[in-house]
Design a protein around this ligand. Structure first.
Ligand code: PEP
Ligand code: MG
Length: 563
């Protein structure tokens, strides 16, 4: 490779894109701290309220025009703009004599700090809030609305600090070669929408917004590389390889299976109805993990049973006759809910009251969720499976399974994501209907490496032979009892590791939808014996790196896919 300069970030939506950079100069200058208005406070308050309302209307209008996932995202953003608490905050500042634009800026600042401090999913909503603030200030000050170009002579690479849903919703997909943002993580809206649109994307790319407008860049949405002014030959080679990979992927369709016909159902991980479109487009055979806590985040109280029932029904109806595995609320730790607080201070939230532990504290919440699920499933032909997160003991599993059965849900299982559950898989398999291994948490707990702490990221690798041993124990325990054992953690989305998991005895794989074609293609190029040999080679290694290398050496079909 030549010496063309490169920026790096996290690849969150695979594929290659090339074009001139368009840096989004979205930020509206901060209104002066001492800006005051003249005239009546009531008139200034009215002006601010009207601007917020116009922004909310505009977001809804854009959502209605865009439809699909974008409509949900923009609808949620419009709700933020109409938050009564925010309006009161603005009005109070205006009553102190502060001009409307500055009052908006300051009132939003308080919410912004709260969201940012909450971390995780909530912190990634900060971009949405900033966007509402900037749009409102633009209206109040007569500045042009921030946004993306609606026309262009050739496809461009959209570069921004972070992209708000309003920026991306109406984008013409044919005009955007890739997204690159300085901020945001894999669960930011940029990442979610880029994946839903099939546009390559790199997030967390430091220095991207300093690029000169029009700089030609080559973006690799898998590796996270952004090459600056690369030679034409490199561009042709990378785009050519991406096109042939796409063709190789498109040639493998239908249910997941190894080359010798061993069926491995390939399912989607979803956070709500908005992810269904992508799941269906990528050929999911059902849902292997519905993270229901996403219906509960971003709000002050739990959704009503009716609201829950409607969301669950939409998912069941999308897969007639198919399998839909719903996980009961996994709140706590990195997904705290204000209305379900733990008993006290938690110095180590990942080891505290989360998942099923929190449900035992709030049994009425579990009762209403199980009830809503049972009602939603009746009248649809989908087969509902329900499972509990963070199960550590046989006693917890028994308690959950009997509650689910009593609610009329016949298939009740558990996630295996605590090492104690994998170690006692035989005993647990006797009391549950199925297992689903959560490799994200299983790795975190097996390696004692917090998922939220980037300093221990190297230990957060499911290829560690210790993690593979625990997975093997879980799969063996399930098989001995004649129960199924899927994987729904990120490990299933790695095509090489997916083959190893099948070799370890895992019976289905569930993942973020864009990974489905890659895993389907990788499985179709290897037979079950090769998967078993790769699994044994990986377990025989001494480290995650050597396990990966040892397995790959047994999986020759990966190189056809450029993996
Ligand atoms: C897991 O832990 O692997 C899992 C699928 O659950 P979550 O990532 O939602 O904790
Ligand atoms: Mg988990």
């Amino acid at each position: 490779m030549d010496a063309a300069a490169e920026l790096r970030g996290s690849g969150v939506s695979p594929g290659a894109g090339y074009g001139p950079v368009h840096v989004l100069v979205g930020s509206i200058p901060e209104p002066a701290p001492d800006s005051r208005y003249e005239g009546e406070a009531a008139a200034e308050r009215k002006r601010a309220a009207a601007a917020l309302e116009r922004v909310a209307d505009d977001l809804e209008m854009r959502g209605a025009k865009a439809g699909g996932a974008a409509q949900d995202v923009l609808g949620a953003q419009a709700m933020m703009a109409r938050d009564p608490g925010l309006e009161v905050g603005v009005a109070e500042l205006i009553d102190e004599g502060i001009a409307a634009p500055r009052a908006v800026f300051e009132a939003f600042g308080k919410y912004r700090d709260l969201l940012a401090a909450a971390g995780g999913y909530l912190a990634e909503r900060v971009a949405d809030l900033d966007d509402i603030r900037d749009r409102t200030i633009a209206l109040l000050t007569g500045l042009p609305m921030p946004g993306v170009p609606e026309t262009a002579a050739e496809p461009y690479v959209l570069v921004a600090k972070d992209l708000a849903p309003a920026d991306t919703a109406l984008l013409n997909k044919d005009l955007v070669a890739a997204f690159v943002t300085e901020e945001g993580g894999p669960t930011s809206h940029t990442a979610i929408l880029a994946r839903a649109m099939g546009v390559p994307a790199v997030v967390g790319c430091v220095g991207a917004t300093l690029l000169a407008q029009g700089t030609l860049v080559l973006v690799d949405g898998a590796s996270g590389s952004v090459r600056l002014s690369p030679p034409r030959a490199e561009v042709d080679a990378v785009l050519g390889a991406a096109a042939s990979r796409e063709a190789a992927l498109a040639s493998v369709t239908g249910p997941g299976a190894t080359a010798d016909g061993h069926a491995v159902p390939l399912l989607a991980n979803i956070g709500g109805p908005r992810d269904l479109e992508s799941a269906l487009a990528h050929g999911a055979e059902g849902v292997g993990l519905f993270r229901t806590e996403f219906l509960f985040l971003d709000r002050g109280d739990a959704p009503s049973e009716e609201e829950q029932e409607a969301a669950y029904r939409a998912v069941f109806e999308a897969f007639p006759g198919g399998r839909v595995v719903v996980r009961t609320l996994d709140a706590g730790a990195d997904k705290p809910l204000a209305f379900l607080p733990p008993s006290g201070e938690e110095p180590n939230p990942a080891l505290g009251e989360r998942g099923l532990r929190l449900f035992r504290k709030y049994p009425e919440m579990m009762g209403s969720q199980l009830g809503a699920l049972a009602r939603a499933a009746s009248g649809t032909s989908a087969r509902p499976y329900v499972m509990a997160p963070m199960v550590a003991t046989v006693e917890e599993a028994t308690w959950f399974v009997s509650a689910a059965h009593e609610a009329g849900l016949a298939d009740a299982g558990i996630m295996v994501e605590v090492p104690s559950a994998a170690l006692r898989a035989r005993q647990l398999a006797a009391v549950v209907d199925f297992f689903s291994i959560g490799t994200n948490d299983l790795t975190q707990y097996a390696m004692a490496a917090d998922r939220q702490v980037s300093g221990v990221a190297e230990l957060q690798d499911p290829w560690h032979p210790a993690v593979l041993d625990l997975i093997a124990l879980a799969a063996e325990g399930a098989a001995a009892a004649g129960k199924s054992c899927g994987v729904c953690g990120e490990a299933g989305a790695d095509p090489a590791l997916a083959c190893v998991l099948v070799g370890l005895g895992v019976t289905s794989l569930s993942m973020g939808s864009p990974a489905l074609p890659w895993v389907r293609a990788a499985l179709s190029r290897h037979n079950l014996e090769q998967c078993r040999t790769a699994a044994a080679a990986a377990r025989g290694a001494l480290s995650a790196t050597s396990a990966r290398a040892a397995a790959r050496a047994e999986l020759p079909g990966l190189s056809d896919l450029g993996l």
